[in-house]
Ligand binder design. Structure first.
Ligand code: HEM
Length: 182
């Protein structure tokens, strides 16, 4: 967001009058939520999930083929690439290329009646082990980022910052930004 000053100002004008950071007022902050969704999609905190097959498991592919995962095999679910898969997230579905940071795609998806649950978005995992703290997490992040934008204007120090793979995804430069009080 810091590399897009206009976007930062749009989020600011949306939240500047929010004084109570409760779930209702944060739900109203649509652009802020779109930015957070888009950020989690492109830079998921957990960029792969390890899994171990507890039984011989057949997976059906899109065509007629099947893959057998033998019991005991450890596999890694590739969240990083699933979240930027052109088939699920690309122009035909969301109006924008899958690997571009475009918060507005969430408006397009909503207008088509498509929610994150319909897509391969694993920001909070999916299925039986989905994150039980998802809504608390979203509330906390909305609260912190919202309050931050309300108080500061900020600019990234570096033109581009890659993602560093650790246990979780982190910005390569540790998030170097210039801050100015509004
Ligand atoms: C933005 C914040 C958060 C993100 C991005 C996040 C992400 C995730 C992801 C991706 C998983 C699934 C891991 C997997 O399938 O292997 C997970 C699981 C989990 N999360 Fe979160 N989480 C967040 C906040 C929280 C909070 C606030 C709590 C608790 C208060 C929490 C508690 C858990 C627990 C207990 C699991 C394990 C669930 C299980 O294995 O059955 N998370 N989280």
């Amino acid at each position: 967001m810091s590399r897009q000053p206009e976007l930062q100002e749009q989020v600011y004008s949306e939240i500047k009058d929010i004084n109570v950071y409760d779930p209702e007022s944060l739900t109203e902050a649509k652009l802020l939520n779109h930015c957070l969704n888009e950020t989690l999609r492109l830079t998921p905190s957990l960029y792969f999930f390890p899994r171990k097959a507890t039984a011989d498991t057949w997976l059906k592919l899109d065509d007629t083929r099947k893959i057998m995962i033998p019991k005991g095999t450890t596999i890694r679910l590739d969240i990083w690439n699933a979240n930027r898969n052109e088939f699920f997230w690309g122009k035909d579905v969301s109006g924008y290329p899958a690997d571009a940071y475009v918060p507005a795609r969430w408006d397009v998806l909503a207008s088509e009646g498509i929610s994150r649950r319909n897509l391969t978005h694993f920001g909070f995992g999916l299925g039986a082990r989905v994150c039980p703290g998802q809504f608390l997490g979203q509330l906390e992040v909305g609260l912190v980022v919202g309050a931050f934008i309300k108080v500061f204007q900020f600019k990234a120090v570096n033109k581009a910052t890659g993602a560093r793979a650790g246990v979780t995804t982190k910005p390569d430069d540790g998030t170097l930004i210039d801050l100015e009080l509004r």
